[in-house]
Design a protein around this ligand. Structure first.
Ligand SMILES: [Zn+2]
Length: 243
């Protein structure tokens, strides 16, 4: 026996009792709202770089790979965070950020498109959504039923930020590498752009502190490039060669 309560104001459907595979399910609009809320928080924390040329470079790569994704109609936005760390962040709904450090580190547009495409996959494969749903089920169920408040949205945004900034998507990283490589290739970039960037990060001995976060939260870079070495030839028909 199961009961379904619809908390329409918040755009979630709550299923109670046994037999509920996914007790709390976010609809598309709410997923986007959560991303927007998290994006505002992130921008307030880091600040956004105001550099038209750098922004144009990011937009060109980001929008092109997003158009080649399975959800070209998401409200895709690409912005640059004021941080020297070499990183990129994705929030639900298509709010994607590259750090200033990443913009400088990506040596060519194939590499930049590759890393943007990786982030695009986190959004269009809804990687944060199920984790948010799981976390919210426990902490917010009572509140959702009794009081449909915007506090719930804020809490969900905090979960989404924590997932991406601190934990990473862990087991979803290989999937993001795989489809990201496909999207970049479909968009007309070299298939090995992301692979090039990961290899450069692996070699980077300049300032390891700048990529500590990524190394902690993502699978080892060598494993990721190894998997791409197997996948890329299936797209291009030839083995991966040095850039
Ligand atoms: Zn990732």
């Amino acid at each position: 026996m199961r009961a379904i309560i619809s908390a329409a104001a918040l755009g979630v459907c709550i299923c109670l009792g046994a037999g509920c595979e996914n007790p709390l399910e976010l609809d598309r609009g709410t997923e986007i709202e959560i991303g927007r809320e998290g994006a505002a928080k992130l921008e307030a924390e880091y600040g956004v770089v105001d550099d038209p040329a750098m922004q144009q470079r990011l937009d060109a790569a980001g929008k092109r790979v997003a158009a080649a994704s399975q959800e070209p109609d998401l409200p895709w936005t690409f912005k640059i965070l004021k941080s020297d760390e070499i990183n990129a962040v994705c929030l639900p709904g298509g709010f994607i950020y590259a750090t200033e450090g990443m913009m400088r580190f990506a040596k060519n547009d194939d590499q930049l498109a590759g890393v943007m495409a990786h982030e695009v996959v986190h959004a269009d494969h809804h990687h944060a959504k199920s984790a948010i749903e799981k976390a919210m089920t426990q902490s917010l169920l009572v509140e959702l039923i009794t009081r449909k408040s915007s506090k719930s949205l804020k809490q969900a945004a905090a979960i989404a930020l924590d997932l991406d900034m601190r934990q990473g998507y862990r087991e979803k990283e290989y999937e993001a590498d795989h489809y990201g490589t496909l999207y970049a290739f479909r968009a007309g970039y070299r298939a090995d752009g992301l692979r090039q960037l990961l290899a450069l990060m692996h070699q980077d001995k300049g300032d390891p502190a700048r990529i500590t976060w990524l190394l902690q939260s993502h699978p080892p870079l060598s494993k990721r490039t190894q998997r791409l070495d197997e996948y890329i030839p299936t797209l291009t028909g030839r083995p991966v060669s040095p850039p």
